[in-house]
Design a protein around this ligand. Structure first.
Ligand SMILES: C[S@@+](CC[C@H](N)C(=O)[O-])C[C@H]1O[C@@H](n2cnc3c(N)ncnc32)[C@H](O)[C@@H]1O
Length: 270
């Protein structure tokens, strides 16, 4: 049985959330490639844990990508091995040279990937043909001419977010920080919405992104999106600190420990 699209998407997303230090893109890619299966699993979990801690508001939307790594059950070993192969392929293809740099704001890595991973029939049925970047840029230029900070940008069929990427870049070019806007969006496809949630972070859309899975032919989808965001932020406030911090700090400590041991081993050999 083929792996569900969220496994490769979640790996590419976890890698996309890494911002290597300047001038260390290749070194970072090498470091990740050298991780054994267990450390690779820890690294991906760490990326997603940091994501949740930084953006609890996007947790429900992003959950299909987080679930394999942070869900109650550890994924089986074959899945982790396959995911590690995906990471190697993405790193070999130079992913960090795109997503690890400001060029990430110009790209939707997930749209083409999701389309490629979906069987043709399912894609056609769902009408999933994402707007190509250059066309999205032209549309955004027309739609954002009179935009002001604080205004709301809405896409009721967001897909992986291509139109938002174009809108954000057009706003930047016009001197408006996209983080000053309110972004409200939805799609009926939960995996596409999860990709859009990660893209919202990669594209720096700012703190006010209400993103929901649902049928936007209903009247109240925007109210639902805003209410869901408010509710998760209230829960995150109550949970603040304890569980997330323990997980992040524990994983960081283990990775630092492993990296120091590996470094010491290399130093001894030279
Ligand atoms: C042609 S794509 C456009 C995606 C994106 N706006 C873009 O320009 O790249 C149409 C999207 O509408 C979504 N969709 C179809 N019916 C929907 C519905 N009733 N409610 C919400 N989303 C829907 C599909 O899942 C798909 O992602």
């Amino acid at each position: 049985m083929p792996a569900p699209p969220q496994i490769p998407l979640s790996v590419v997303a976890a890698l996309a959330l890494i911002t290597p230090p300047s001038g260390e893109l290749s070194a970072t890619a090498d470091l990740i490639t050298e991780l054994d299966t267990e450390r690779f699993y820890g690294m991906v979990r760490l990326q997603w844990t940091i994501f949740v801690r930084a953006r609890p508001d996007l947790l429900p939307a992003a959950w299909p990508l987080l679930q394999p790594w942070l869900g109650a059950d550890r994924p089986d070993q074959a899945m982790i091995v396959a995911a590690r192969r995906v990471a190697h392929a993405a790193l070999d293809a130079g992913q960090l040279h795109l997503t690890g740099t400001p060029r990430r704001r110009d790209t939707d890595v997930f749209g083409p990937l999701l389309v490629a991973l979906r069987a043709d029939g399912a894609r056609v049925t769902a009408g999933q043909f994402y707007t190509p970047g250059p066309i999205a840029d032209v549309l955004a230029a027309g739609l954002t001419t009179c935009a002001q900070p604080g205004q709301t940008v809405i896409d009721p069929a967001i897909g992986t977010g291509g139109l938002f990427r174009a809108a954000a870049q057009t706003l930047r070019a016009g001197g408006i920080d996209p983080a000053s806007m309110v972004w409200i969006d939805a799609d009926i496809d939960a995996v596409a919405v999860a990709c859009a949630a990660v893209n919202a972070v990669l594209w720096e859309l700012g703190p006010t992104v209400a993103l929901v899975v649902g049928d936007t032919l209903t009247d109240d989808w925007q109210t639902v999106a805003i209410a869901q965001r408010r509710e998760i932020l209230q829960i995150a406030d109550r949970l603040h600190g304890a569980a997330f911090a323990a997980d992040v700090l524990g994983t960081v400590a283990r990775l630092v420990d492993a990296a120091s041991t590996a470094r010491a081993g290399r130093a001894r050999r030279t």
